[in-house]
Write a protein that binds this ligand. Structure first.
Ligand code: MIG
Length: 802
């Protein structure tokens, strides 16, 4: 049932170099097209087009025979407008040079090799043999290849959901989305296809985005230790060089090019509970009331495939769910959002309206010779919508009308969209796709199928009036971050998988896909209480925080492991809600800048090679750093702090960065550090996001010898008013010395939250604070443990503590 045919099973065309490779000859001619495009023509008809989109964003397109096919990309954000770069062209004896403010691109005359140097002339990225190709007689087209020199000390990151070590140096990876039930650290390919990676050496970071949806490969010194290469089994050698020099800048540019997510409703950042499956109304409602009864916060509960009538999408099993609108209304009244699964397979059944309608409209995929693509999935034999046609996407979107508008479903979960079919694993290669008029086979459409499915889902429910849709997808291609959140698929309840989940969420974030989480506790098999709470403690800091399990091994809810672990689970989920204002702010910042929500250590200190090899520590947003405990029976762990000064969240102990330290961590602690000078907002514990709206926030102020700024973003938490000014962005600047600290607040935007006061809590003051003044007037200062606190009006301008 679960097919692994594509794992480790390299076929004849999988090698980076082959005896039948062709290479470009010498450049014989060049021309400029407009101000930012330069074309180079070789003796044997190879053509290279270099397009300067921005000073640090250069696109390279190659063709072997002078004939570029029409271009089309699902990845590029339709709203992307190049921030036009200024290119200066010159010719030297051996090469041509295109110079911008940030980089110099050299194209060697002899064999079309490309080299990119930074503004001080340091090589960042150099072709080895550069572009070459192999002709593909089976399918036509070419296997297009690129090889580069691996730079001294170079580390590699990104490439989506890979489960191997964080730094990809020495690895070879494949992109061909696969349903990999129970994957392990060596499984490849996995579910997602994100052909974007970062190279980092000598403190300089650059990105490569190979926008080609065919089955593709990336080799980081695996086949030959001094060579990096990437290639695809069809399509064009079409890649973007993205200059840093910082990793942040690379990600910002990549996000401008391929798009940023919309801000989700705030409840999407609450705690989510899922299982395969809650099978009856009684069971589903029972789960919900148990959360409220035990006072464990929860915002969303999920129905997996079994709520449907024989797995027919957009239907209900009326025996088990006799009155969905009523059930949903009751859950809604109790503060629960309802998320349901929808798969791409449509059951072949002439009494099923979705099938009949789709057949009449000719919306399902067909085989090369004409018949419909049929494959077995949960409902039995199915057909599959061709989501690469806009009429089909629109039709699909409308199908949600009943679920969303009549029944009151709040969010949609798209699974099996690699696409997965039983037995064969995926569609045969000859299946045809519309591809927005650029007709093609499954070889080209496979890797974008899931993205187009969830796009149709997301746009559909948006058109049905959900201003901020919540969708979650298993597969995706570059750009999918515009449409949906994601999870890392069918993992296992083991300590190794806790570490893999950490790696995958960090890696997805580095690949432009921040809104991700893992099945907390593991999908397959049953965690024990210790593993569950350690995993939950990490999951609380992931953008998506959802427990899910296959349900085959008993229950996996926060109360499933005895009273002690119920208490600890509650503690962690309450922590999620305390962090919610901070996480929501971090998400909003991400939608503005494209800087990842989770940042592996090299984002924080990229001059420092120690960070190239650190995999478990990560920052969440601007001000906090986490390092999950990932071993059984550990009482704490060693971890590395990057540059800067960090306060231990639990003890207020000040630690100097660029140090390996030990942090104690009993089961209700996770090594957690706050940046000196931060203002960390913490919310009240709520049972769900709409609960107690007038409860005020705490602002935790951490000392700094110097200055630091932090932000707090707020809005109504749902709907689109925030796009029209109904939001509030506060900047808190902290200025501290040995004997005082001043916090200034500046607010922009029209949104007024329902609460009136902040509690300021001062941490790590190196002086014995005695007096607190707010806008010139003294206020009461309370001493609590090693911190001082004062309650102040929300609109304060300046608070001073001496
Ligand atoms: O073939 O819907 O990854 O989260 O619970 C398995 C049942 C299909 C795989 C998903 C998993 C989900 C399960 N699905």
């Amino acid at each position: 049932m679960h097919d692994h045919a594509f794992q480790g099973n390299y076929m004849e065309n999988d090698l980076a170099s082959s005896a039948s490779d062709f290479f470009p000859d010498a450049v014989v001619r060049h021309e400029a097209v407009g101000e930012n495009e330069f074309r180079f023509f070789c003796e044997n008809d190879v053509v290279l087009r270099v397009i300067v989109l921005e000073n640090g964003l250069i696109r390279f397109r190659y063709c072997p025979d002078g004939l570029f096919e029409e271009e089309f990309s699902y990845a590029i954000d339709p709203e992307y407008v190049p921030a036009s770069g200024v290119a200066v062209f010159s010719e030297e004896a051996d090469f041509y040079e295109i110079k911008t403010e940030l980089v110099a691109v050299r194209v060697e005359k002899k064999a079309l090799r490309v080299e990119v140097l930074d503004e001080v002339g340091k090589p960042v990225c150099e072709d080895e043999r550069g572009f070459h190709w192999e002709t593909n007689n089976d399918y036509g087209g070419d296997i297009v290849k690129m090889s580069r020199r691996l730079q001294g000390g170079e580390a590699f990151f990104g490439l989506g959901d890979k489960s191997c070590e964080l730094n990809l140096r020495g690895k070879r990876m494949q992109l061909w989305g696969s349903d990999t039930y129970g994957f392990g650290p060596k499984s490849d390919p996995l579910y997602k296809n994100i052909p974007f990676y970062l190279g980092l050496h000598n403190g300089t970071c650059y990105g490569t985005f190979f926008d080609n949806s065919f089955r593709s490969f990336f080799d980081f010194g695996n086949e030959r230790s001094n060579v990096t290469s990437f290639w695809a089994q069809g399509g064009e050698m079409n890649y973007y060089y993205i200059h840093g020099p910082s990793a942040d800048e690379v990600l910002q540019t990549y996000a401008r090019l391929t798009g940023k997510p919309q801000l989700p409703p705030m409840w999407a950042l609450g705690y989510h509970q899922c299982k395969w499956s809650y099978r009856t109304e009684e069971e589903f409602k029972g789960i919900a009331s148990k959360f409220r009864e035990l006072k464990i916060p929860c915002d969303a509960i999920y129905l997996d495939i079994d709520y449907m009538d024989g797995y027919r999408c957009f239907t209900w099993n009326r025996e088990n769910f006799p009155d969905p609108p009523k059930m949903i209304r009751e859950l809604k009244d109790d503060g629960f959002q309802r998320v349901v699964m929808i798969d791409p397979g449509i059951k072949i059944d002439r009494n099923y309206r979705v099938y009949v309608d789709g057949m009449e409209k000719d919306y399902f995929c067909r085989r090369g010779d004409g018949p419909h693509m049929k494959g077995s999935v949960w409902p039995g034999l199915c057909v599959f919508p061709d989501y690469t046609r806009d009429e089909v996407r629109e039709w699909w979107g409308q199908l949600f009308k009943g679920l969303m508008q009549e029944d009151g479903v709040a969010g949609v979960w798209n699974d099996m969209n690699e696409p997965a079919v039983f037995e064969e694993g995926t569609f045969p290669r000859d299946v045809r796709f519309h591809y927005e008029g650029n007709r093609c086979s499954h070889r080209k459409a496979h890797n974008i199928f899931g993205m187009q499915m969830v796009r149709a889902t997301n746009d559909g429910i948006k058109a049905l009036g959900h201003g901020r849709p919540f969708t979650i997808t298993r597969s995706g291609y570059a750009g999918v971050q515009r449409y949906a959140s994601t999870w890392t698929g069918d993992n296992v309840a083991s300590w190794e998988h806790l570490r893999i989940a950490n790696t995958q969420c960090q890696r997805l974030a580095s690949s432009g896909y921040s809104f991700a989480g893992s099945d907390i506790g593991g999908f397959i098999e049953q965690p024990d209480g210790e593993l569950y709470v350690r995993w939950l403690a990490m999951g609380v800091f992931h953008p998506l925080c959802r427990t899910h399990s296959s349900g085959e091994h008993g229950s996996q809810e926060p109360w499933s492991f005895g009273e002690k672990f119920t208490r600890i689970s509650r503690h962690w989920i309450e922590m999620r809600y305390r962090m919610l204002p901070y996480l929501y702010t971090t998400f909003w910042q991400h939608t503005q800048t494209g800087i990842p929500m989770l940042r592996s250590l090299f984002f924080l200190d990229q001059e420092n090679v120690e960070t190239y090899h650190r995999a478990e520590e990560f920052a969440v947003g601007d001000n906090i750093l986490v390092c999950p405990v990932s071993k059984k029976k550990a009482s704490g762990r060693w971890l590395y702090l990057p540059e800067g000064q960090w306060f231990n969240f639990w003890s207020d102990q000040l630690e100097e960065g660029r140090n390996e330290i030990w942090a104690d961590a009993p089961l209700d602690r996770i090594p957690l550090f706050v940046r000196a000078g931060a203002v960390l907002p913490q919310g009240p514990v709520r049972q769900f996001v709409g609960d107690r709206p007038d409860a005020g926030l705490e602002l935790h102020v951490y000392h700094i010898d110097g200055r630091h700024e932090s932000e707090l973003y707020e809005d109504a938490g749902d709907g689109e008013a925030y796009l029209h000014g109904e939001k509030s962005v506060k900047t808190f600047s902290v200025e501290g010395s040995e004997s005082s600290i001043v916090v200034k607040q500046n607010t922009e935007g029209a949104f007024e939250p329902a609460y009136a006061e902040f509690t300021l809590i001062f941490h790590g003051m190196p002086f014995d604070a005695e007096k607190c003044t707010v806008d010139g007037e003294e206020v009461a200062l309370e001493k609590v443990g090693f911190s001082r606190r004062a309650t102040v009006e929300r609109g304060f301008k300046e608070v001073e503590l001496v």
